[in-house]
Design a protein around this ligand. Sequence first.
Ligand SMILES: C[S@@+](CC[C@H](N)C(=O)[O-])C[C@H]1O[C@@H](n2cnc3c(N)ncnc32)[C@H](O)[C@@H]1O
Length: 486
Amino acid sequence: MWRRYLMWFAHEHVDFRNSEIQSIISLFNIPMKFIETPCVQKPYWIVELPTEECVKKIASRSVLLKNCIELWSRAKTEEQLHQNLRSALQNKSGTWLGTSSHNVDSHVCPSELIEGCCPADKSFKVEVETFCKHFTMKEKVTKIESFSYLPLEGPVKLKDPDITLSYMEFYGSDPNNVPELPYDLFFGRLIADGQRDLIQVHSLKKREFIGNTSMDAQLAIIMANQAKVNDGDLVLDPFVGSGSLLVAAAHFGAYVWGSDIDFMMLHGRTRPTRFGQKVRTKEESILGNMRQYGSAGRYLDVLVSDFSRPLWRPGLAFDAILTDPPYGVREPTEKIGIERDNYTLSEAHLVNHIPSKVEYGIPEMYGDLLNFAVRHLRLGGRLVCWYPMVRDEYSGCQLPQHPGLALVGNSEQVLSKLTSRRLLTYEKTSDDVHIEGGTYTGVNFREKYFAVGEQSRRERRERKAEELAANARWRPQTRDLVNKTD
Ligand SMILES: C[S@@+](CC[C@H](N)C(=O)[O-])C[C@H]1O[C@@H](n2cnc3c(N)ncnc32)[C@H](O)[C@@H]1O
């Protein structure tokens, strides 16, 4: 039976919320109805789902979801919230008193949800959560006691109770403008917590092997969710670095491959990233990370390889490609090559030859990435990749595109006033296209980054010079004043 639920989110990476949840419900084929249009200022969604199992499946994957409650009452005032619950208890017929088409601001659930919820043999607790306002424990206890009329027959148990009832008050999202009374109030039964704990478990601070550009644990999990990674999938990261994306994909049961041009990184021999560490330990490797999280059995291997010359046999199809290509800022964008024409290498030099590298411009790299995805993804498989940009110059039509790939997710993470990166999610929609159709008409981020950086550095220098000049003009006058008063 369809029921109404409150999905409560962490108030960070808000732009990723929709893409993450849409990917998860698409992975599990879950139909979901929005009862009100989501709003970025609010940390919650009100939705209807066909079963409790669906809620649990979503929560088993989402790292942005804090928890999900079966909504018993929603109101704009405390009195109304309690009135709804009392009406539900009196209304034994079990009909919905508030529905999507009538009054979404005041919702009342069928009485049997409340009555059957906590029999004598089930322990329970009531918890209070307030958004944008702090309450003392005493104030929270008063709020909890206001629900004493509910027919909860079991004993109270604060740790691991059978039933948790949640009371939430929303005071807006502007900490500088907190109202006296909440804007929105909710009460219901906790169904499941999201995967926020994974952020600590996978934290880079505790990870065996990291590099300078290791992907943050939370974002890596979001990427795996957006790629719809599932048990037994085959996943590739062709710019694998320290393997953070493989860790996230393997957590959801994928078998993982990686490749990278950097021999030293793949062999755990780059300079240590952690402050104060002089040499890397033997355990520091991508396989070491997999062991750390119990995923060694999901690790296939990593290979030293230049992405501009892919080594995979034709016909090999991955379920997902997760990747964070270099932006040319913290690490160079290079490929194997030489500027000179008709260059040949003598037999004698072949053995110890270390190939030279040339610039691998971002437009060319993203073109290659999309063409590779069309060639090596199964139909319906997903490519999830980061794309750097200068914020002022963003335009959706400039994003890399390919006739065989549909862009199904596009979320921005702001990096600085000038720059951000977008997490792009593509789904392979057709096998019947010309493979080399990938185009990227956007600007070269690296050139722009340094040009804009140079421009703002020049502006800062000019401002500083003007300030100094103004100070210099002002100081003698002050001295003059001082002298005069002397
Ligand atoms: C942003 S880092 C990836 C970081 C990785 N996601 C992690 O968590 O450690 C980009 C990686 O691309 C690699 N790379 C640069 N040019 C490449 C190329 N032509 N082929 C393959 N890998 C390349 C770099 O060595 C670097 O490790």
